[in-house]
Design a protein around this ligand. Structure first.
Ligand SMILES: [Zn+2]
Length: 444
């Protein structure tokens, strides 16, 4: 036992929290590892050997207390090897502790949760019951992860090595060495290989053997991982030449037959670091829900696109209507000092279309000064154009500044032949502004 404890202490890197790490070491020194009996049985009895609340070891907890319960044995899988921790309930008589997560530290299983009813104290015998539905889903995703790993190696080559994984109850994530994105064709091939093995519906074989023998047989071990002398080997599927498709050293929980997976689809790939790619995959109901949500999103996007087009069409029509409707156009034109002027107020006209209209009118007028007042949702926009032949006499920027000032607008600027400004929101001042420009023309 001492040798085993020493090994475990050596292998554990610590949680990063010095205060709690000290506590874990103390508990581990005293009780040693707790036993996991949850590969086959999701219910077991255990003796409470420790209760931890607020980083302190205490003797009892009551309703609403958030704490960690440690038992001598458990059916709860503690988060490790990428697989998330089990959830469920710890019970005795009418007392209930909801387990929200299980972690594994120094070979001890820690049940994180809250007392829902009653109280718990040290040395009590309790029933530990794992949420079986969730565990089944995690099992599916763990076995699917192994199949995906083997499929990636088969299609992309054996230089694909695992760099990390997350096995949850609603998805799987797998990180591996690869320097470039996987092509769509290869993604399809990888999925096909994995799904073919699933359909074989072979039994998932789990055996314990010496580490050396497992590696000799071709089982994949994680680089940098410390293994015991005796290891657990998980094998799945058959190749055409009858050799085993996937064989990995793994302490996780797995399904009995590959068909429990239903199907695997890679829904996303990304780069997590230089030379490391990540694939995310779904199976079963999660996959059909995902496909349904994707279809709905495409439908919404298409509908929005259609609506936008219709809105644009309507705006265009409104614009033409505004230009053609005499009640929406007030024109002041004439000559002053042998210079032609053309001032036009247009109601319900988008400000962004004013410059285009100005250019058109400039060509029509040939020589002169044009001012357009576009009124849109009460706001007035001003554009001023001066034809080239008049640039030595008058400047569009001077005109726009004058007009904007009278209308209570701000700023304004541009070039000698073209200038624009905002003109406040009181169109009753437009005639006054027009008169001021006429005076300006007279004086040039
Ligand atoms: Zn595994």
């Amino acid at each position: 036992m001492d040798e085993q404890r020493k090994k475990a202490r050596h292998a554990w890197k610590g949680s990063g929290d010095v205060k709690t790490d000290k506590l874990w070491y103390e508990i581990f020194e005293k009780y040693g590892s707790t036993e996991f009996v949850g590969y086959k049985s999701l219910r077991t009895q255990g003796l409470i050997i420790q209760i931890i609340k607020n980083n302190k070891s205490i003797n009892k907890i009551k309703q609403s207390d958030k704490a960690i319960i440690v038992t001598n044995q458990t059916s709860f899988y503690g988060e490790s090897g990428g697989q998330i921790g089990d959830t469920g309930v710890i019970k005795f008589n009418n007392n209930k502790f909801k387990v929200l997560d299980t972690k594994k530290i120094l070979k001890m299983h820690l049940h994180y949760g809250e007392v829902i009813k009653g109280k718990f104290k040290k040395n009590e015998t309790v029933n530990l019951i794992v949420d079986s539905k969730k565990r089944q889903r995690v099992k599916i995703y763990h076995s699917a992860t192994h199949l995906l790993h083997a499929s990636l190696r088969k299609i992309l080559g054996t230089n694909v090595t695992q760099k990390g994984s997350l096995v949850s109850f609603d998805k799987l994530r797998f990180d591996f060495s690869c320097s470039k994105p996987i092509s769509d064709i290869d993604i399809k091939k990888i999925e096909n290989v994995a799904n073919k093995i699933i359909k074989q519906n072979e039994k998932v074989n789990i055996s314990i053997m010496p580490y050396k023998k497992a590696v000799e047989k071709g089982a994949i071990a994680l680089f940098g991982e410390k293994y015991e002398d005796e290891v657990r080997v998980v094998s799945m599927g058959k190749e055409e030449n009858e050799s085993i498709f996937s064989m990995e050293l793994c302490g996780g929980t797995h399904i009995n037959k590959t068909s429990e997976i239903n199907d695997i689809k890679i829904i996303k790939q990304s780069s997590v670091a230089s030379g490391i790619r990540r694939v995310e995959a779904l199976s079963g109901n999660d996959l059909s829900n995902y496909i349904k949500a994707e279809k709905e999103a495409i439908f919404v996007r298409e509908k929005e696109k259609k609506n936008k087009k219709e809105r644009e069409k309507l705006d265009e029509k409104k614009k033409i209507d505004s230009l053609e409707d005499p009640s929406k156009n007030i024109l002041v034109e004439g000559n002053e000092n042998a210079i032609k002027y053309y001032f036009r107020t247009i109601i319900d006209f988008p400000p962004n279309d004013l410059p285009k209209l100005l250019d058109k009118l400039k060509i029509e007028i040939k020589s002169g000064i044009i001012i357009l007042f576009g009124v849109h949702e009460k706001n007035i926009s001003i554009v001023v154009g001066v034809t080239e032949d008049l640039l030595s006499k008058i400047n569009a920027v001077d005109i726009v500044k004058k007009v904007s000032e009278i209308l209570g607008g701000k700023g304004g600027g541009g070039r000698p032949d073209f200038a624009r400004a905002g003109g406040g929101n009181d169109k009753s001042n437009i005639p006054k502004a027009c008169d001021a420009v006429k005076e300006l023309i007279k004086s040039c």
